[in-house]
Design a protein around this ligand. Structure first.
Ligand code: ACO
Length: 331
């Protein structure tokens, strides 16, 4: 470990992402649900959420496989070898195993053997913001020099395809960033929050006991309660990170919110007085990929050359727990 330095910051060196190849449109899903006697439509899904398609991982593909593909793209973009990474954090709610962590499995798949720390963060759809904040703190205090932070999910495995109110919303995928210590910012400010009184509005209540699943292992959500909480906290936390960094809404070049629902995202952009074209949107083609959605959107914005070096980005997440948070950064 190196010693802490008051002038040490964290910057993004590279990003990457990966979607499993199987693309499922709303019409595909509606046909599948019709076979179960459940009615839905492309129009209902688009009108309420903005989602047109999502990607689902095939059987046998693990969360760490998606994370590995995204991580390799990010390492390549950062011109960095796997063994140069001295910290791995994976944000996921759909890990390969109960334990060990998907981060340890990813470390092995990347062929890293130097013994640097690797662990998972579980904050559902806020997971990437939590992971980014923890990695930033470890870099700034000298506990790490180069971190790989990944959001990776296979939500299709925990969806109840007999519940049309939830199964149309989610998708699978992974996004990754390589962070490195820098003399200049970088990450400017962050805020993390949780309110555990709302555990029940978005949860997978099952657990393992005595070699069996005990309780319901599929996702449950009170959509309207989530909607109301999300709209309020996303605006509040955006203003909080701006104030902390001494910046204001006019400084934001790109808003990259958790991609849950286009209506929530547009509502946040309006509260920040941002033009709609300042919003990076991937929910239309990817659905809600939980902890993967922010790094997927970030990578898409960078690879499509909309986001340029020097731009100021506001990343914000909200999800089960209830958890929420934001990171303001100069890319
Ligand atoms: N297809 C057709 N009809 C449907 C579907 C569907 N897939 N799902 C629900 N409906 C029906 C309902 O049964 C209801 O019918 P009724 O009026 O006959 O009772 C009607 O549509 C309206 O249902 P509501 O639940 O009131 O629909 P609402 O406008 O609240 O939209 C939604 C539901 C999209 C889930 C909304 O509440 C929402 O966006 N919530 C935010 C939650 C969210 O995005 N969660 C993502 C995970 S959490 C996170 O990432 C932060």
């Amino acid at each position: 470990m190196t010693s802490a330095s008051p002038t040490r910051y964290t910057r993004i060196a590279g990003t990457g992402s990966h979607l499993p190849p199987r693309r499922v449109t709303n019409d595909d899903l509606a046909r599948e649900l019709a076979g179960r006697g459940i009615e839905t439509s492309d129009q209902w899904i688009v009108d309420r959420t903005g989602i047109r398609a999502r990607h689902f991982a095939d059987d046998g593909v693990a969360c760490s496989d998606l994370a590995l593909a995204a991580a390799r793209h990010a390492l390549e973009a950062a011109s960095c070898r796997p063994e140069d990474v001295d910290l791995i954090i994976v944000a996921t709610s759909t890990p390969d195993m109960v334990f060990p962590s998907t981060a340890c499995i990813l470390q092995a798949k990347l062929g890293i053997t130097h013994g640097g720390p690797a662990f998972d963060v579980q904050a559902v759809c806020s997971g990437f913001i939590y992971a980014l904040t923890v990695a930033d703190a470890m870099i700034r205090t000298g506990a790490a020099r180069r971190a790989l932070v990944v959001g990776a999910e296979i939500f299709s495995r925990i969806l109840d395809f007999d519940d049309r109110t939830t199964c149309v919303l989610f998708g699978d995928g992974a996004g990754a960033v390589v962070l490195e210590a820098s003399d200049a910012p970088g990450l400017l400010s962050s805020e993390l929050h949780a309110d555990g009184r709302h555990v029940g509005i978005l949860c997978v209540p099952g657990t393992l006991a005595g070699g069996r699943v005990s309780g319901d292992p599929l996702l449950k959500m009170d959509g309207q309660a989530v909607f109301k909480l999300a709209v309020g906290v996303l605006a509040d936390v955006a203003f909080a990170v701006l104030a902390k960094a001494g910046r204001s809404e006019v400084d934001i070049d790109w808003l990259i919110p958790h991609q849950a629902n286009l209506r929530i995202m547009r509502g946040t952009a309006r509260k920040l007085k941002l033009a709609p074209d300042k919003l990076i949107v991937t929910v239309d083609e990817q659905g809600n990929t939980s902890a993967a959605s922010i790094p997927l959107a970030l990578d898409q914005g960078i690879r499509s050359r909309r986001i340029a070096r020097g731009d100021t980005l506001l990343l914000e997440g909200v999800g089960g727990g209830f958890t929420w948070g934001a990171v303001l950064l100069d890319y």
